[in-house]
Design a protein around this ligand. Structure first.
Ligand code: PLP
Length: 441
């Protein structure tokens, strides 16, 4: 079959039988069939190559089809593909748990496995709620930061309701307490004022409800789906100190920020915040296998011990601690251990900053910002912001036409590439963004 025929057939069959995520199928262009990938490059069924500048929904930290990870999965598949994880264990899960706890801030030493970012968050939520319950404390309130996104399952949607994605389900979501998020960017003169205001609101909230607070969940340093909104480490340090003083647990959702995205292996290191629980997924397996972990302090784990099952955590998934996922994650950690990925990330961050600086006076941009490998800006004069803003679709098509996978979040253009991207490739991406801005007139 010719390449063109294959591409046509795949699109035709896809449109007959497949329903895509986060997509208005009635108005979106047909999906692009991809047949293989290597490093930062996706190979289209039509023969065209596309540079993946968003790590395919923020997963692919080392680039696609890395041979070291592929080999580890293949070898594991021939030894043990899966085993029930209640009452049984296996080497990849044990070794991975040990290695993660060595890499995470001290004190985070119990690993609970699940399948994806949303489930990692659900698990953290259930741990936090039951932790207090098991100790006879009535702490039922959960605090979140305005704009935060934590996934699409019902608990995660409840936490992320202020993101505006879930209005159709509002009647079914449980109540959370939303605290202000002082987003900032290069040249933001009001950052200190906004942080003080936000912290004053936190003080007021804790004065009224601190004794009822189970904990806070937040994306440290960068809120991803909200449009790569960034905040300063000092704000997070002051916020979490207040929450902890009130007896609330600190849950960091590092599903997106984990595995080097903000410049350190975990954003909590850069933020200077040690959580009680942390949620990891996406980059955990290098983007190869659906897997997640929720890691907590021993004191939380110990609160679930007792003689009866009702003190235990009643949670588990069929694929919990899947050996192929664990093998992929171990192989991905081998690559991080070389130091090379984060070194390249630092080089790329320097280029991000130079290019953002050059663009900062462009009449069509606002709020240039960068944390680690994540660079973002907002397009002005678009006649609408938000995830579904028409400008986002228009820009996405513009980039794709030029062989670039850049998927704006509404009016926010951002780059979040794999660490294998070269300096030349990153300049091509920024040239593409500059051309897009020029095309808007
Ligand atoms: C911060 C954060 N938490 C949770 C999730 C949900 O992860 P998943 O899509 O794997 O369920 C995402 C996904 O983008 C995320 O960015």
């Amino acid at each position: 079959m010719s390449q063109e025929n294959l591409a046509e057939e795949l699109v035709h069959l896809d449109q007959m039988h497949v329903w895509h995520p986060f997509t208005q199928e009635a108005t979106s262009p047909p999906p692009v069939p991809i047949v293989s990938a290597s490093g930062v490059w996706l190979q289209g069924a039509d023969g065209k190559r596309i540079m993946d500048l968003i790590s395919s929904w923020w997963l692919s930290v080392h680039g696609h089809a890395h041979p070291h990870i592929a080999r580890a999965i293949a070898e594991q598949a021939q030894r043990l593909e899966h085993v029930i994880f209640a009452g049984f264990t296996h080497e990849p899960a044990v070794r991975l748990a040990q290695r993660l706890t060595q890499l995470l801030p001290q004190g985070l030493n119990r690993v609970f496995y699940s399948d994806n970012g949303s489930t990692a968050v659900e698990v953290a939520l259930k741990m936090a709620i039951q932790y207090h319950r098991n100790q006879g404390q009535k702490r039922l309130r959960i605090a979140v930061l305005e704009g935060g996104y934590h996934g699409d399952t019902v608990g995660a949607m409840s936490l992320g309701r202020s993101s505006g994605f879930f209005d159709a389900f509002n009647d079914y979501l449980f109540q959370v307490d939303t605290l202000p998020f002082p987003a900032t960017w290069e040249g933001d003169d009001l950052v200190e004022t906004n942080e003080e205001k936000a912290l004053a609101a936190v003080d007021g909230y804790l004065h009224d409800f601190g004794s009822e607070l189970a904990g806070i969940i937040l994306e440290p340093l960068v809120q991803g789906a909200a449009g790569m909104r960034m905040c300063r480490p000092l704000f997070l340090q002051r916020l979490t100190q207040k929450i902890r003083q009130a007896g609330g647990l600190i849950i960091l959702d590092e599903v997106m920020t984990g595995f080097g995205r903000t410049g350190t292996l975990f954003a909590c290191e850069k933020a200077g915040v040690t959580p009680d629980l942390i949620c990891l997924s996406k980059g955990l397996t290098g983007g190869f296998m659906p897997m997640a972990v929720t890691v907590c302090r021993n004191a939380i784990y110990e609160a679930f011990l007792g003689e009866t099952f009702d003190r235990a955590l009643a949670h588990g998934h069929s694929y919990t601690a899947n050996p192929l996922g664990c093998a992929a994650a171990l192989a991905s950690l081998d690559l991080f251990a070389t130091g090379q990925p984060l070194q390249q990330a630092r080089t790329l961050e320097t280029i991000h900053r130079q290019r953002l600086q050059t663009l900062s006076t462009h009449p069509r941009i606002s709020k240039p910002r960068c944390t680690g490998i994540i660079a973002a800006l907002n397009v002005t004069g678009t006649g609408g912001a938000g995830y579904s803003a028409a400008i986002g679709q228009k820009l996405k098509a513009f980039f794709l036409e030029r062989g670039l996978l850049i998927r704006p979040l509404g009016d926010c253009i951002y780059l979040l590439p794999p660490y294998c991207l070269t300096e030349e490739e990153l300049h091509i991406a920024w040239d593409g963004i500059t051309a897009a801005l020029e095309s808007l007139g």
